[in-house]
Ligand binder design. Sequence first.
Ligand SMILES: [Fe+2]
Length: 382
Amino acid sequence: MESYLIKNIKIDSFFTKPVFLDDRFVLLSPEMQMDLKTIQALNEWGFHSVLSEGTPSDAYFSGGATESDSSSETVVDREHIEQAEQFYKTLYKYTRRILFNATGSEFNFAKLAQWIQEPINVIRNNKRYILRIITAPRDEEDPATRHTVQTTILTVIIGLYIKLPNHKLIELAICALLHEIGMLKLSPQHYICMRQDTPPSDQRILVAHPIMGYSILLKAGFPVNICMGVLEHHERENGSGYPKRLVGDAICQYAKIISLACHYVSTAVEQPDVLNSHEVIVDILKNKENLFDISIVRALVSSLSLYPIGSYVLLSSGRKAQVINSYRDNLGAPVVQIFGERSADGRNKIINTASSEISIARPLTQDEISQLPQLTRDVDFV
Ligand SMILES: [Fe+2]
């Protein structure tokens, strides 16, 4: 592996193969730019060089990377996807036990805080791979647990984006993990966020569930910050939420983050036939009724992009593709992996639509998605 001095690496260049900080930690994969922020962060952390088997290049895929370079990147990608899948399954299993079968000794802050640190680290280092797999159809799973896992992952991603300190990230993640605990105790069949068409009798149960969750956690000795996050996770910025109709800054930060993550999962993931994930993101961004804190909205949109990572799109070339990465400075032009278009080595082609003539035409409809073969895991890496 060659060592490259950071001061000699051109800003916004790509490496033709993964870039490592040391013999274990992958810093960048080939479609990620060595941007100014990364270089500044490396300098702040005291790193003066990075390692790579590739070479720096001005462009990714269209001129810079060779076919063999792209295939080696795909192998790294596949390993990350498999790890993300394994991570999801472990988180799902643990969450299910905590929500439904936790005994007194397991159901306490110290135990959960110790356990949740590792998932936070995994999400921090593998965000774009985890985002690609969390929205995949998972009909065999228990809906309450699936909702909780997806909301928790998104919550942590937002917490990371706004740079919460680690002790707050731990509290926030536990808060997300337990945000529907009151619903599961009151009425397990009504686990998800309140819906417009819910009958009045059930609405009373729904309105009570944050209070129930708060009481359960307070009694179990959880920190007040976590209890309050659970109590307020259905409050809305404009005062239209429940149970206390709080407005703006009266709502705690954990609740603001969880309410947006919960809303995204309840709409984009759980009801894709109503609005696709792109439409949900646009809707959230408009924030017409001032439902969500604008700083949290920005954090979510910047983390997912306008065409959320993991979603499926039609390209201007007529090909279908999956969004696999995005850059904060160009949220409307993410990196995509194209179905049915292969490089010379037979692997699926990846392009950065920000630096390509090909652009995104529109998101795929649910019908079009259902006609795709078994998605991501099988198709991408033939
Ligand atoms: Fe809820």
